[in-house]
Design a protein around this ligand. Structure first.
Ligand SMILES: Nc1ncnc2c1ncn2[C@@H]1O[C@H](COP(=O)(O)OP(=O)(O)OP(=O)(O)O)[C@@H](O)[C@H]1O
Ligand SMILES: [Mg+2]
Length: 290
């Protein structure tokens, strides 16, 4: 990281500390910035939880990601928009270790170089990813799905003997309420609506208490009611977790967004409040239309 970027980081930290003290904007309450870094914990001393610099990926000569640079502050809910093929999903593939970039830097906190880790390690580090299609276990109940989320990465024998302890029970109960499924604990997941399945999958991620959640088109296919509840859900999560939400539904983005990043042709075209990017001629040209 260059001295310039360190300096910018310190400025960002100061801004976020001020915000935290005033308890306004994104990243309030329990976000981790402002704390002195403790060895072994995620280093947020430069005021960013995720940092990408000049990332490039080509598929058979096609530049899907082309000089992508941006960062996200701890506790922030960042919205990403952009036309089909802009590279939004590919960017998530890079952050989660599914795709290795040709060049560039991708850091989690100030010290964890994500390009040195594989997919399971990145999940273990605290980055949870939600794909567009819900992937819950249809034959199991809501409770069992959430319980199962705690067993992942344990051996077969450990999983068979697995019993929830008190803290985990409390966590499960808290998550059930957060995802609006407290009344459906015993329901078979296969019988839930599309939106409820999406919430359940988010709940499964939350059971592992991720520091950063990546959500790719989370409200696609949801009813208006489900979309509204999902907006509420994300607003409850921000601050406690950092979120990156990719969505084409602009009214949903309007409800949840602080800062919006517009991706186009594999790099950042514009960034700002939704009103700012909506007024940007380049964004209107390539995405929002006239
Ligand atoms: N594994 C791959 N092999 C070849 N091309 C790929 C691969 N993955 C992505 N691409 C291409 O890279 C570009 C970016 O794709 P990506 O899926 O990241 O776009 P996106 O912004 O998520 O679009 P959408 O809004 O439609 O989901 C597209 O042109 C896509 O066809
Ligand atoms: Mg996509």
């Amino acid at each position: 990281m260059t001295p310039d970027l360190f300096e910018q980081g310190s400025e960002r930290l100061a801004t976020h500390q001020a915000r935290a003290m005033n308890n306004v904007g994104s990243g309030d309450r329990s976000a981790g910035y402002g704390r002195v870094h403790e060895p072994g914990s995620l280093d947020l001393t430069h005021g960013r939880i995720l940092y990408l610099e000049d990332v490039h990926v080509s598929f058979d000569g096609f530049k899907a990601i082309n000089g992508l640079s941006f960062d996200i502050a701890p506790g922030e809910l960042r919205c990403i928009i952009g036309p089909n093929g802009a590279g939004k999903t590919t960017m998530m593939d890079i952050i989660t270790g599914k795709t290795k970039p040709d060049s560039g830097q991708v850091f989690f906190g100030s010290t964890i170089d994500l390009l040195r880790h594989n997919e399971p390690e990145i999940a273990q580090l605290g980055i949870g990813r939600k794909f567009q299609k819900p992937t819950v276990f249809e034959q199991l109940s809501v409770f069992e799905n959430l319980e199962l989320a705690l067993k992942t990465n344990k051996g077969v024998a450990a999983s068979m003997c697995f019993k929830l302890n008190g803290t985990q029970r409390d966590r499960l109960s808290e998550v059930l309420h957060t995802i609006h499924l407290a009344d459906s604990v015993t329901r078979q997941a296969g019988n839930l609506s599309h939106g409820q399945k999406q919430w359940l999958e988010i709940g499964m991620l939350l059971m592992q208490d991720p520091k950063l959640l990546l959500l790719d088109e989370p409200v696609a296919g949801m009813t208006d009611y489900e979309t509204e509840r999902t907006a509420e859900l994300f607003l409850t999560l921000k601050g406690k977790h950092s979120l990156m939400v990719v969505e084409h539904d602009i009214s949903f983005i309007h409800t949840i967004s602080d800062i919006v990043t517009v991706l186009c042709d594999g790099s950042v075209l514009a960034q700002g409040t939704l009103a700012q990017v909506q007024a940007d001629e380049r964004v209107i040209e390539v995405y929002l239309g006239r």
